[in-house]
Design a protein around this ligand. Structure first.
Ligand SMILES: [Zn+2]
Length: 120
């Protein structure tokens, strides 16, 4: 395997295709499969955001980081479609686990608990 080529190829994908590829990887891999009988564990894709609080020309100051989970398109709404190439502009909160999720579609599935989430 050529790791650099794989990295380069992944970097070329539109966001919705990158999410779909990683969804497939994360469905097949887990961080600690040997603990699965007593500990649920999984990989997920996330984003981190921090807004600048200082003005231009001033020393840079930033808010603390906040994180969101990247939701998968809900196949009951989207079928096999990956959805539009809009970036991860939709945001919502999972009604089951309470995590904030992002997606390129409004009808997604929480990547942790698989609960449908409507985003705006
Ligand atoms: Zn959830």
């Amino acid at each position: 395997m050529d790791r650099q080529r794989l990295t380069d190829d992944l970097c070329q994908l539109p966001i919705e295709e990158l999410v779909a590829v990683l969804q497939g990887v994360f469905a097949a891999r887990q961080p600690a499969p040997e603990e699965a009988s007593y500990c649920r564990n999984r990989f997920f894709l996330g984003t981190a955001w921090s807004y600048r609080t200082s003005d231009d020309g001033q020393p840079e100051k930033w808010e603390p980081w906040s994180t969101d989970l990247v939701a998968y398109p809900d196949s009951s709404s989207w079928g096999d479609s990956l959805g539009p190439d809009w970036g991860l502009c939709q945001e919502g909160t999972c009604g089951s686990c309470g995590n904030v999720v992002r997606s390129n579609v409004k009808q997604g599935l929480c990547p942790l608990c698989q609960t449908p989430v409507f985003m705006t």
